[in-house]
Design a protein around this ligand. Structure first.
Ligand code: SF4
Ligand code: SF4
Length: 315
């Protein structure tokens, strides 16, 4: 298999120019709508293709605290960012002992909250269940848990996540259903089936368990492509927007940022997006003010996932 360097030799080097000397595309933070917090990279399991390489031992990103989150919520108000949603991802967010307090801090300021979780044992601990019930009671319908169900079938989900994972996740989802907490699902599209077949599989799964999730709504059942850095991808130039008929404002880094806390760092940092947690040049500074600058699309993910999305720009 080719590695990233071989597949994209000479490309994605200069933030301003592509390998062929054209002006690289940049994206401005035109409409900040979602602020993500990475709660820490520790996870109770170790999936075969975790994009952030989480595991029970990876603490490259350490637990962020409620106090740190509150400080960024203050900055949102100070900067008058039109944020609508605060989102938490990991690792497994329910490993972080302060996830309930962080969620409450965001809900109390009037934001909707999204939490990405595998709905397994960390979420099913009594303290977390009590906390989630209290949050739903105090802020009904304002919180969504997006559960990772890689595939609608137990067999393929467990290939990714280990034997028994599917059953435990379904158990967690049944608990959320009974607690009246809104759910969404994140799946993968690596299984060689059509999108229609995949969505039909999820619909049948939801019907079997009486989950109130729309399998045909791409916002409620989100199907992600695999992130493969070894694929040869073109660089995105300023000319690509008009050739592709796309707008920079439609790219994730036009509307969101992610706060992380690196191991050993004195304070959290703000990244351009959720997709590149370890790429140093996508770290924009410590404050939201620092993070208001434009992002050069200088990584294969920018091209493959965010701009091309299956299309090609051959100019
Ligand atoms: S559950 Fe999520 S965070 Fe944990 S290893 Fe799997 S993909 Fe990564
Ligand atoms: S991968 Fe690149 S283009 Fe996509 S959101 Fe992140 S920085 Fe922006």
């Amino acid at each position: 298999m080719k590695d990233s360097a071989a597949a994209n030799a000479g490309k994605f080097q200069d933030p301003h120019f592509t390998a062929s000397g054209e002006r690289r595309a940049h994206v401005a933070l035109s409409q900040p709508q979602t602020l993500w917090f990475n709660t820490g990279t520790l996870c109770n399991i170790e999936c075969a293709n975790c994009y952030i390489a989480s595991s029970p031992t990876n603490d490259a990103l350490v637990y962020i605290t409620e106090e740190e989150v509150a400080e960024y919520l203050d900055q949102i108000a100070d900067r008058a960012w039109p944020i609508r949603e605060i989102a938490f991802t990991g690792g497994e967010p329910f490993m972080n002992p302060q996830i309930i307090d962080m969620t409450r801090a965001a809900l109390a300021r009037g934001y909707k909250v999204l939490i990405l979780t595998n709905a397994m044992r960390p979420m099913m601990r009594a303290t977390m269940q009590d906390g989630l019930r209290a949050l739903e009671r105090d802020f009904p319908g304002q919180m969504t848990l997006r559960i990772s169900v890689d595939h609608w079938s137990e067999t393929l989900h467990d290939v990714e996540r280990g034997v028994g994972a599917f059953a435990r996740t379904i158990e967690g989802m049944e608990w959320l259903r009974d607690a009246g907490i809104r759910m969404a699902v994140a799946g993968r599209t690596v299984w060689g089936e059509t999108e229609a077949d995949g969505r039909a599989g999820y619909a049948a799964l939801y019907a079997r368990h009486r989950f109130q999730i729309d399998a045909d709504d791409p916002g409620a059942t989100v199907l992600f492509p695999e992130m493969d850095e070894t694929v040869d991808v073109p660089e995105i130039t300023t000319a690509c927007w008009s050739i592709l008929g796309k707008s920079p404002s439609g790219v994730m880094c036009a509307s969101s940022r992610m706060v992380v806390k690196r191991k050993g760092a004195a304070r959290p940092a703000v990244l351009a997006c959720t997709l590149l947690p370890y790429a140093p040049e996508f770290e924009l500074g410590h404050t939201l003010a620092d993070a208001e600058r434009d992002v050069p699309l200088n990584h294969p993910h920018c091209a493959k996932f965010c701009v091309l999305g299956g299309a090609s720009c051959s100019a």
